[in-house]
Write a protein that binds this ligand. Structure first.
Ligand code: SF4
Ligand code: SF4
Length: 428
């Protein structure tokens, strides 16, 4: 039986991009690679190869960043981010020669001759970032040494459009399993679980063919209800362990990463190539040709939209991070290492009216909150009341707003309560 949880929502629409093999897109004329807090290692006019280090990080949380195309650095500039704040970007004009940096240093010795510390160091030097947590793989592994009990590869995608984890499991099965084994070894764990939504029999059969040691790597199946793909929900559904408020799965003993991250680790060790590409599902009701793409990090939203045949007339906004939990981005935004999807959507906001006390939001809330009341407090500016009613336990999954027949922006009002309530607390 599939693991599940109470609340949440089952989406009726079929995810059509799951059937689409991932296509490479290697020819954007320009990329703008975000340095994610690193210091620039290049200047305008420099020539870079694919894999040249263009940003140095000072800490494990801030791994180095590498050129995703070969060509000339046009500028190193500060740009605002759609999610707030700003970052330094290295803008590279692609010469389309695909020259790769010299001196890549793949590991050829057998696994048992690699020191665990070397695996973590390689993860850092390769600049691998996990799209699920948004953290550097090296910092995830470092924090997990001596603390983690199990590795969990979270292959679930419950927001309706994403299919990158599905495609990675179908196309990179061996790399994911080998990457998982590297992590098991680096952390001294006994086992990894590949957690997949139920009713994916063909995919599961394919993965099972590649699992040579079932005591080491197991498959667990879950419901496909949203928000199963949220790590903390998944840990609760599968293992019955609650992650403490404000904590991560590691606080309950689990290291959770996406399958692409495991495959990236294996590739970094076996080829020496750092993380320079990102796989993304391009979908939504307003893009002409939905695709699964592998693109150089720093490819713009505009270039991707053009590659997908452009947008339909009803197009209103591009969204990164999922239809429930994402945020709107402009056409100059670029694909970052933490992006799994880029959605082109029409406006779907329902006509706003008053709460009819139907209780649907309460039934849908996977953490047992009373969203209707929290929304009412948020609207009236009663932030401390919202906090005392448990607003801090909200995981921002968006289920409540999705089911509300009155079009009340419940999740946004709870987010407002959290922001304003914490500010009030700090000022008190
Ligand atoms: S209140 Fe928070 S956790 Fe509950 S359904 Fe709404 S967004 Fe999700
Ligand atoms: S779903 Fe909307 S209308 Fe129904 S109780 Fe919740 S806030 Fe009120």
């Amino acid at each position: 039986m599939a693991y599940s949880f109470s609340g949440g929502i089952s989406l009726k629409t079929e995810n059509k991009t799951r059937a689409l093999p991932t296509k490479p897109f290697a020819e954007p004329a320009l990329v703008a690679v975000p340095l994610s807090g690193c210091l620039p290692a290049v200047s305008a006019g420099d020539f870079v190869d694919i894999g040249t280090c263009i940003g140095f990080g000072k800490t494990e949380d801030c791994p180095p960043v590498h050129a995703s195309v070969s060509g000339t650095v046009v500028s190193v500039e500060r740009r605002p981010l759609d999610k707030g704040g700003e970052d330094t970007f290295v803008v590279i004009k692609n010469d389309c020669r695909h020259t790769v940096v010299s001196g890549l240093d793949p590991i050829s010795k057998p696994l048992w001759e690699i020191k665990p510390e070397e695996i973590i160091a390689r993860a850092r030097n390769a600049g691998i970032v996990d799209a699920g947590s948004g953290k550097s793989l090296a910092s995830i592994l470092r924090a997990a040494v001596g603390k983690a009990k199990r590795l969990v590869i979270n292959c679930t995608e419950s927001q309706g459009y994403e299919s990158i984890s599905y495609r990675v499991m179908a196309e990179q099965t061996e790399a994911v399993i080998k990457g998982a084994k590297l992590i098991i070894y680096a952390l001294g764990l006994r086992k990894a679980d590949l957690v997949i939504e139920e009713k994916k029999d063909k995919l599961i059969a394919k993965i099972e063919e590649h699992i040579t040691d079932k005591a080491l790597v197991d498959i667990k199946q879950t419901t496909s209800k949203h928000p199963i793909s949220v790590d903390n929900r998944l840990i609760y559904a599968v293992y019955g362990k609650r992650v403490p408020l404000g904590g991560s799965p590691l606080d309950a003993g689990y290291v959770v990463i996406r399958p692409e991250t495991a495959a990236n680790l294996y590739r970094a060790l076996s080829t020496g190539m750092p993380m320079i590409h990102k796989r993304v599902t391009v979908s939504g009701d307003s893009i002409k040709t939905p695709l699964n793409l592998i693109v150089p990090v720093g490819t713009s939203v505009k270039d991707i939209a053009e590659l997908c045949g452009g947008t339909k007339k009803r197009f209103k906004r591009a969204v990164k991070g999922g239809v429930f939990t994402g945020y709107a981005v402009g056409e100059n935004a670029v694909i970052e290492k933490t992006d799994d999807s880029l959605l082109f959507l029409s406006s779907v906001k329902a006509e706003r009216s008053g709460c009819v006390r139907c209780g649907k939001c309460i039934d849908a809330c996977p953490v047992g909150l009373t969203p209707s009341l929290l929304a009412a407090y948020g609207e009236k500016g009663l932030y401390s009341e919202g906090l005392s009613l448990g607003a801090e336990h909200c995981i921002g999954c968006g289920c409540c707003a999705y089911v509300c027949p009155s079009g009340i922006p419940i999740t946004a009002l709870i987010k407002k309560t959290l922001k304003e309530g914490r500010t009030e607390d700090e000022q008190a």
